[in-house]
Design a protein around this ligand. Sequence first.
Ligand code: PMV
Length: 350
Amino acid sequence: MTTNAPSSISFTATTPSNIALLKYWGKRDPSLQWPANDSISMTLNVCKTITTARRSLNNFDSFTMDGLTINSNSHKTHKIFRQLDRVRASLNVHGCLELFSENSFPSSCGIASSASGFSALTLASAAALLGTANWEELDTLGASRGVLAHVSRMGSGSAGRSIYGGYVKWTAGTSPEQQEIDQLWTDEHWKLSDIIVVVSSEAKATSSSDAHKAAWGSPLFGPRLSGVNEKAKILEDALARKDLELLGREIETEALELHAICMTGTPPVTYLTEKTSAFLSWLRSQRQRGMINAWATIDAGPNLHLLCRPEDAASVCKNIQKEWPDMRCIMDETGPGPSLISTQRSVKNV
Ligand code: PMV
């Protein structure tokens, strides 16, 4: 199939990041992005990637971000162009694209952008290649949310979960082909605030791909895999019942389990900094004293995500800023998931 959208029509996907409550950690098959365990996440609303795609009149793809343009002639094996090839292959379509991307959050602030980035790239390019921004039409043309989630996951595992809003589960299944990514609840089920505490905005020294590999060498990884399905049940129960205290306890323990595995892996990987630990100790003592009702989770980096009730978010943030004036807080919340629009440019501007 060849594409039928004229190059004067642009397709813009706005896709949020997500925060894992139960972490995806370790890959059983890296080439097929088959995770070691199920994961559960909350889709965010503020930290997003906005990617616009349109058909190119050239016979190569191009990608522009932060004023820098690369193209598939000179960067053939770049992860962006490999992802475009996956989109075309999965939809059985041809055609080159011009892509423009930006994040709603500064790229240097230490917040991972691969989840929002790869899902926005996948969604915008599928829409441009198939010539529609209508979800039902995409579905009919072979680009259902399920397909888009799986193609996104091939770019970056956690990106698959950003194709849905609210609360999302990625089930590993018993073979790579049996993986599933499904929405558990929409954002309307339970709105939570996520205060992202930026401890450091430096790029991480070890990529998550390397750390996924190192996890298999940790003596703690086997016990984690034995208990992870039980954890998923508890988390799903806490989400179903909107029990923040139970959810909070579970996500904090889960994050520390992930970091214990990182630190005991082969080779060991340390993402937590002294500041992260000091902040976590402070948060816990504040909670014990009844001063703060927020619980932390931490992905593969030093920054923390604090989950709390929306009505408590402003006071939690005020407390943080009083005690930690040099730490930046980004206020986020449970979000409805990606959006997709098409825009017709006037011929003069083409
Ligand atoms: O998507 P990746 O390969 O960058 O792995 C991300 C893993 C965590 O963010 C730590 C957990 C998760 O489930 O998102």
